[in-house]
Design a protein around this ligand. Structure first.
Ligand SMILES: Cc1ncc(COP(=O)(O)O)c(C=O)c1O
Length: 365
């Protein structure tokens, strides 16, 4: 086969972690895997019940979702994000946010000659999305210093994976104003918005940021982290109806449909805040324990004011840290998975059970 698309993509980095995983697994008390941000706590009971109640779903669901789902999305956006004036035209379900990040440039018709920009340290799928479309990926330190020529799509990610950094209202507003001035579509990946620890993350759709207009901006949200639903593939977009209307057409033709039971489960999950508070409390305790253990063990933690990660360094190459911790049975992600700027950091996820976090704390002591 000539020029396979996969040849455009970066090497899948997790394969490089495998030897360290084998070392960590060999620890007499087993591995503590803090390398990935995958939820480990139960799916909330009310969400499971909603999924089961919708199990008899023989017909095709719609890409736009049920009326109940669209109502739930607009209500949540107004209540939780402070967005105003959301209608059904301002929402679009997606099949987990990763597929959206990866395929958005393609679905918007971007290609050679177009640019897609994302933070210097970032979730790798922004780059993958640009490359799948044949567009040029561009990493930035400050989005307002980008060259707007050819730039079609600007990604923000606050709270950030991997650093846990949160952009304040002013920084967000400046990025929105710059993107509008230059006619660049702004996508704000806010999938960790519910996980602020030292600050309250703000959505790009908040009127103080967007000025009450949704023009040229789209926020990306996911239930994977908020509601322990990574296994359900439940996420959605909120924002500019012109953009979402176009995506709806394309995704209808492409059959990118959220399964009906998952749509029903999403309605239940968005209507409940109690399970979110409960899950936050679990993460807060794990975060505090791991942070104290890391700092006691000679690490410096930077940013990390939100999200599911501690961004930590011992001022040495990240792979040295990964190797040393693997020897103690703890697996973490090397910072260079997220860009060269992370080469002296590791990302420590607190998505492990209390028992495993306790084991990690002992081993770091
Ligand atoms: C910044 C960011 N965006 C998007 C995703 C994708 O999440 P999901 O596909 O589960 O919605 C992740 C997952 O870790 C992430 O860290």
């Amino acid at each position: 086969m000539s020029s396979p698309v996969s040849a455009r993509l970066p090497v899948f980095p997790w394969d490089r972690l495998e030897p360290y995983k084998r070392t960590a697994v060999a620890h007499p008390d087993g591995i503590v895997d803090l390398s990935v941000g995958t939820p480990v706590d139960p799916v909330p009971e009310l969400v499971r019940r909603a999924l089961a109640a919708a199990a008899d779903s023989p017909g095709y669901p719609t890409v736009w979702g049920t009326v109940e789902l669209r109502d739930a999305l607009t209500a949540w956006g107004e209540r939780r994000l402070g967005a105003r004036g959301l209608t059904h035209r301002h929402v679009l379900p997606v099949v987990g946010s990763k597929e959206l990040v990866a395929w958005l440039p393609t679905q918007l018709g971007l290609g050679p000659g177009d640019k897609v920009a994302y933070p210097r340290l970032a979730y790798p799928t922004y780059e993958v999305g640009a490359k799948l479309a044949g567009a040029e990926p561009v990493a930035y330190d400050d989005p307002t210093e980008l060259d707007p020529a050819g730039l079609r799509l600007l990604w923000l990610n606050s709270p950030s994976n991997p650093t846990g950094r949160v952009l304040g209202k002013d920084e967000l507003a400046r990025a929105v104003a710059w993107a509008r001035e230059h006619g660049v579509l702004l996508l704000s990946d806010e999938c960790y918005l519910e996980l602020g620890w030292e600050t309250e993350p703000v959505s790009v759709l908040h009127p103080d940021v967007c000025g009450g207009s949704h023009e040229g901006i789209v926020a990306v949200h996911s239930l994977s982290k908020r509601s322990n639903l990574a296994g359900y593939r439940a996420a959605f977009l909120l924002g500019d109806p012109a953009v979402l209307g176009e995506l709806l057409q394309i995704r209808k033709h492409g059959g990118m449909i959220t399964p009906a039971p998952v749509q029903a489960a999403t309605v239940a999950a968005l209507g409940d805040e109690a399970h979110v508070a409960e899950q936050r409390a679990r993460y807060a305790a794990r975060r505090a324990a791991l942070r104290a253990a890391l700092e006691g063990g000679g690490f410096r933690v930077e940013h990390s004011e939100a999200s599911l990660y501690l961004w930590a360094t011992r001022d040495e190459p990240c792979w040295d840290t990964v190797a040393e911790l693997a020897g103690r049975g703890i697996l973490v992600a090397p910072g260079d998975f997220y860009g060269e700027a992370g080469a002296r950091f590791v990302r420590v996820a607190f998505t492990a059970t209390d028992e495993r976090v306790e084991a990690a704390v002992k081993r770091l002591g």
